[in-house]
Write a protein that binds this ligand. Structure first.
Ligand code: ZN
Length: 432
């Protein structure tokens, strides 16, 4: 089957139209999609069939978005206990398995269909258009990889990238040399838009600045960008910064338009709630973000607790779009690890933990020669797995480094919502 952008293009045209509808009309679309999703879950997803039956919820009884609150939120930990029961029994062709970046220190695998991907790609493209981007404009994406991609993964990525005229800069470690070469490649590609995690934009930006090139639009995704970081990113890349929020499980949740007054939620693809102690928060008040994805029918995420904090906003944006608004998310505050031989390592360490029965982890570099890894074990964890984790850590950090794996009951969730999966006491200055 030849992959093409036609389905996503059709979806993009639809989303481009719905964004201008009044908010109540968008909510009607949302409710219609939600009812269809819940009916599907009731029929084909074991967990939801059981829960809805127990609570006496029939899909046809769902009359408003508020009815959604009758279902309890689910998190990665719930799904991990019985992954099969959260997946539809009726899978179409073209379903693939994906792993999250483990941004909360919890590796996680789920299913997405081709159509889910296309809807989310359309949602991403719509959000990029808010910055002035148009399909066909050159686009550079800097990604941190913790492992070499398989041939199949590289092929799939290359196909989409070619269609989108998107250049991918895959970096494995952030050394000065790698970043300089990456920055030069981006400069000669002359993209309209560059996107990456805020920390990557900051680090790469120092090198990009030296090329004297400029990129009109800079998209900071994956986690919120602090105001002082925004200024630095703008200076280093020479462009306008757009804050964007999405996760691997729900790619295109919200993004800024040119007004930069909060992030527009893709209400026509997701239902996003903000709760504190199980109750919805008031506008302006921070709560845990719950996402219901209206476009993933193979592994439905319903009131899915992403683990981020943000606040709903009750204003309408002067741009005229009817999509609702939320504030920038408060996310992680990870450090960069600097190894003995001067390599800088930042990002995800999911691969160390993927097959070793670990539920949560935190990595702390005590000094250049000592690192401790705290883990919350899952059922079936043994010391042998701990030794495997330590071995993998030494492969990356340096064979001479002392790595201790410590089993703990819990890893503290920071009160402000900021969590550190990676802590370093070596003190590499991430931001100057
Ligand atoms: Zn707007």
């Amino acid at each position: 089957m030849a992959y093409n952008l036609r389905p996503a293009g059709r979806m993009l045209r639809e989303l481009s139209r719905t964004q201008w509808l009044p908010n109540r009309d968008i909510q009607a679309i949302q409710l219609r999609k939600l009812r269809a999703l819940l009916a599907h879950c009731y029929r084909t997803v074991p967990y939801y069939h059981k829960v809805m039956k127990e609570k006496g919820i029939r899909p046809e009884d769902v009359r408003s978005l508020n009815d959604l609150s009758r279902l309890v939120p689910v998190g990665k930990a719930d799904i991990r206990k019985a992954p099969g029961s959260f997946r539809s029994r009726r899978l179409p062709r073209g379903v693939f398995e994906e792993s999250t970046s483990g941004s909360t220190g919890e590796p996680f695998t789920f299913l997405r269909s081709k159509s889910t991907y296309e809807w989310e790609l359309a949602g991403t493209l719509r959000a990029r258009e808010w910055s002035g981007y148009r399909l066909g404009d050159r686009w550079a994406d800097i990604r941190i990889q913790r492992r070499l991609l398989s041939l199949r993964e590289r092929f799939a990525a290359a196909r989409t990238d070619a269609l989108l005229r998107r250049m991918r800069v895959d970096t494995y470690t952030l050394t000065g040399g790698v970043m300089m070469r990456g920055a030069e490649r981006i400069a000669s590609f002359e993209p309209f838009l560059v996107e990456a995690f805020p920390k990557i934009l900051l680090e790469f930006g120092r090198f990009f600045e030296e090329t004297k090139a400029e990129v009109p639009v800079v998209v900071s995704y994956g986690e919120g960008i602090a105001p002082f970081e925004r200024g630095l990113v703008a200076d280093r890349w020479g462009g306008e910064v757009y804050d964007d929020y999405g996760t691997t499980e729900a790619m295109a949740v919200s993004s800024e338009c040119h007004v930069h007054h909060g992030l527009h939620i893709a209400d026509d693809l997701y239902v996003v709630e903000f709760v504190k102690d199980g109750e919805p928060v008031s506008p302006g008040e921070h709560g845990r973000v719950l996402v219901t994805s209206l476009c993933n029918w193979v592994q439905p995420f319903i009131r899915y607790d992403v683990g981020d904090l943000s606040a709903p906003m009750d204003e309408r944006c002067p741009c005229g779009r009817g999509l609702s608004l939320m504030s920038s998310v408060e996310g992680r505050d990870d450090d960069v690890i600097e190894t003995e031989d001067g390599r800088l390592i930042w990002g995800e360490f999911t691969d160390w933990f993927v097959d070793v029965k670990v539920r949560q982890y935190q990595i702390e570099q005590l000094d250049r020669s000592r690192t401790v890894i705290r883990i919350v074990p899952d059922e079936g964890y043994t010391e042998e797995f701990g030794a495997r984790i330590a071995g993998r850590a030494r492969d990356l950090l340096g064979r001479g480094v002392e790595v201790r794996v410590r089993v703990v009951d819990a890893i503290r969730d920071y009160e402000s919502g900021k969590r550190q999966v990676v802590k370093s006491n070596v003190g590499f200055p991430t931001v100057i």
